[in-house]
Design a protein around this ligand. Structure first.
Ligand code: PEP
Length: 251
C-alpha cells in the first residue's frame, strides 16, 4: 500500500513576512495521519520554514539542486549535500519551468536526480508534456522519454527511493486541470514503463499529479488508482486550501 504524498511547491514566491504567515497557517492545520506532507520553499526561506514547522509532521524540500552533489566552486548553485545538511528531505528535479525557461535537458535532470540520492535526499522527478505535444498525440511518447532517460542513465532501482510527479505543462498555473481519466491514463503508462523493468519498484513508487490542483478537484484526482497524491503550486500558498487538499488525499 502506497502512502499518499501531498507536496507544496512555493516556486519563487514569498517574503520573510509572508512565509511567516504561511508557517502559522500550516502549524494550525489538522493534517490526516495517513498522508505525508511536504513543502518546497525558495532556498532563502528553507531555514525559516524548518524552524517554524518544528514539531509539525511536514517535511521540507528544495526546488532544485546543483549537478554536483558536493560543495565546491560552482557560483550561485546549492549542492544536494548542503540541502541535506540544512535539514531538507526531498528535492524537485526537472520541474517544467526549469526545463522550459532555464533549458534543463534530460541529462541534466538525471545528474541532479543522482546528486540528490547520493546525499540521501528523495528526488521528485517532474515530467509532463506541453499543450502542442498533447494536441499532436505525443503525450505518452514525451513522458516516456523523460522517464526513460533517468531509467537509462541510473537504472530502474533508483525509483525505489524517489517520487515521480506527472505535471502536464498546459495545466500548470493555468487553471486547466487534466481530467481524472486523462491523468490516470498517463500515470498507468508511467507505472507500466517502470513495471517493464521491475514490477516491485513500479508497485511501490508514488506517482503524484500536478497542474492546477485545488481543494475542489483534488478528491476526484486522488481517487484514481495510480494517483498517489499531488504536487501543488499556487494552491499551496494558502494554508487552508493546502490543508483541504491534504485531507482529500487521506482515506
Ligand atoms: C507546479 O508548479 O508544480 C504546479 C503544479 O503548479 P500549479 O498547481 O499552480 O498549477
Amino acid at each position: 500500500m502506497r502512502r499518499a504524498l501531498v507536496a507544496g511547491n512555493w516556486k519563487m514566491h514569498g517574503t520573510r513576512s509572508s512565509v511567516s504567515e504561511l508557517i502559522k497557517g500550516l502549524q494550525q492545520l489538522a493534517l490526516p495521519t495517513d498522508v505525508e506532507v511536504a513543502v518546497f520553499p525558495p532556498y532563502l526561506y528553507i531555514e525559516q520554514v524548518l524552524k517554524g514547522l518544528e514539531g509539525k509532521s511536514i517535511a521540507v524540500g528544495a526546488q532544485n539542486c546543483a549537478l554536483e552533489p558536493e560543495q565546491g566552486a560552482l557560483t550561485g548553485e546549492i549542492a544536494a549535500s548542503q540541502l541535506a545538511d540544512a535539514g531538507c528531505r526531498l528535492v524537485l528535479v526537472g520541474h517544467s519551468e526549469r526545463r522550459q525557461i532555464i533549458g534543463e535537458g534530460d541529462d541534466v535532470v538525471s545528474r541532479k536526480f543522482a546528486a540528490a540520492q547520493s546525499c540521501g535526499l528523495i528526488p521528485v522527478l517532474c515530467i509532463g508534456e506541453s499543450r502542442e505535444e498533447r494536441e499532436a498525440g505525443r503525450t505518452l511518447e514525451v513522458v516516456g522519454r523523460q522517464l526513460g532517460s533517468v531509467i537509462e542513465n541510473l537504472g530502474v532501482e533508483v525509483f525505489s527511493r524517489a517520487v515521480v510527479a506527472y505535471e502536464p505543462v498546459w495545466a500548470i498555473g493555468t487553471g486547466l486541470t487534466a481530467t481524472p481519466e486523462q491523468a490516470q491514463q498517463v500515470h498507468a503508462a508511467i507505472r507500466a514503463q517502470l513495471a517493464a523493468e521491475d514490477a516491485e519498484v513500479a508497485q511501490g513508487v508514488r506517482l503524484l499529479y500536478g497542474g492546477s490542483v485545488k481543494a475542489a478537484n483534488a478528491a476526484e484526482l486522488f481517487g484514481m488508482p495510480d494517483i498517489d497524491g499531488g504536487l501543488i503550486g499556487g494552491a499551496s500558498l494558502n494554508a487552508d486550501e493546502f490543508g483541504a487538499i491534504c485531507c482529500a488525499a487521506g482515506s
